[in-house]
Design a binder for this molecule. Sequence first.
Ligand code: FEO
Ligand code: CA
Ligand code: CA
Length: 653
Amino acid sequence: MSDIQRPVQRTPYDAGEDIGVNPSTEPTLVQLAERRLSRRQALRGMTATAITGALTPAFPSLEAFAQEFGPSTFTFKEMRQTYDGTHHVAEGYDAQVLIRWGDTVVPDAPAFDPRRLSAGAQSMQFGYNCDYISYHPLPVGSRNSDNGLLFVNHEYTNTNLIFPGIGEGRAARTKANKAQSEIELAAHGASVVEVRKAEGRWEVVADSKYNRRITGLATEMAVGGPAAGHDRLKTKADPTGRKVIGTLNNCGGGVTPWGTVLTAEENFNGYFGGDAEKTPDAALYKRYGVTKESWYSWVQHIERFDVGKEPNEPNRFGWIVEIDPYDPASTPVKRTALGRFKHEAATCVVNPDGRVVVYSGDDERFEYVYKFVSKGTFNAADRVANRTLLDDGTLYVGRFGDDGSVRWVPLVHGEGPLTAANGFASQADILIDTRCAADLLKATPMDRPEDIEPSPDGRRVYVVLTNNTSRRADQVDKINPRANNRHGHIVEIIPPGGAKPDHAATEAKWEMFLMCGKPGVDQGALYHRATSDVGRFTTPDNIAFDSRGRMWVATDGAPGAAGIADGLWATDTRGPGRALPRLFFQAPRGAEVCAPILTPDDRTMFVTIQHPAEEDGSTYETPSTRWPDFSSDMPVRPSVVVITRKDGGIIGS
Ligand code: FEO
Ligand code: CA
Ligand code: CA
């Protein structure tokens, strides 16, 4: 474990992006007085900050919520809060490192040698900065909880922690040479690895036929849906507009009912540079944050990242990509019908009428929440029949009313303002420029939508809004009720239909689930009043549900300077323990916790540790932690951690 002490500062890799580029965020004309909830009402069941003018939300279910306080269903002993060089889990649990950056994925990959990296080796080894995980039981269609496939995203690279002698922080990224840039591209993408539990301990199956690397460097992808083959997707290397090399900045994701993965391309804009303003699409690039200044050095070495030379290449990223982990020879497909934006996740539910609904958020300040409804229906009897289900359907964007209503507005060519007169010549234009279309539909600008996920019974959909410090007091509304929202909140969407929730409906309702921060300190913080000091968290990011519908929340942005690491909290979503989070797991310093995911039997949980040692001053030579190897000749390594109960029981209780 590292004992290096330095002031804890973290400049997130996407900090430059966080300013938000949505120009349509004029003040919402709402009276602040309407936002205030009476202190008496708030204190009945939940704690709230009693700052004058506190923007506590007046959501409809508060009275019921207030009467429900009581004990959590989780029985693990809550942890102490830490901030140090390693990970920690609640008493009675094991948290074992399963696979690390550089470990073998494809059989016969060279052994990891951090001083002799190559793009070829990296293309066979586990990639960098793992994020989303899905677990796919073997064989397909089973509920096997002891043997399956892990699909793992590799979102981005920390150049300063990968290469010796390149310096620290974001500046290091623009110093990589061509060979290093190609290594970074190979470290992006995803991994598929077979895992199994043998004598109570999880291991990677080294010689599995399923093991596969998907990279930003070389994996060929097809394009499906209405924008496939469109002129704005064509490049010199691909005059068909149907064949893209690689996937980038894969953040969250989801699993389809037929067992494929939907992986979300998020901050794709940061890889591109060059003379964006001189291209015909300059205004559109601006709306997506593609600027002259690339975050990385790839633009200096690889022509397709220079929009002055290859103006359509950015249009080929920012999609949801469907990948079949059960078929290592399958070609991933970018599903354009789901729109192009900074997708955080893509979670599915089968509607009672058989149509498939996919929820996705656009993670940036003042961006929107979307859902896609397929035209065709899910065929449970024939996996292959669902292959193109996500190529045809309707994309909607969310409008959230102060009266607790949700209106899903369709993004359909020819309807409302989405016409040629406004620059949309076809549905393909709407999908390539989804943000611009949603602007015209007056979608509700949100506080950075991270994960969005339906509960297992489908009766509620949880939207995780991580933070938005740019929101001003004159821009608050009831669903984003705090100015300078540093801590985030979690909202529930309630589709109509009760026990048969209709996710295809164009109307729904919303309620506030919880508001993060520390009651008494942070304006508006709102939880079950039995929540402990360590149970309160900030900046929620990924969520997961166990089979009982209980929620696990991972965070990205805990205040390290206050001695609090990012981690994983567990909370009931209904009953007496609703909105009563308890601290279960903490990451090493500089890292966020991503995923999490449980096996079908709830006895194993997988989490990813992303960007450990991402702190000011960290370099390859002097990382703030050398987790997980703690060896002077090994760099810090993002890794997957598997959590089990020592007695083999159900995680959490
Ligand atoms: Fe990649 Fe929005 O987190
Ligand atoms: Ca995320
Ligand atoms: Ca994150």
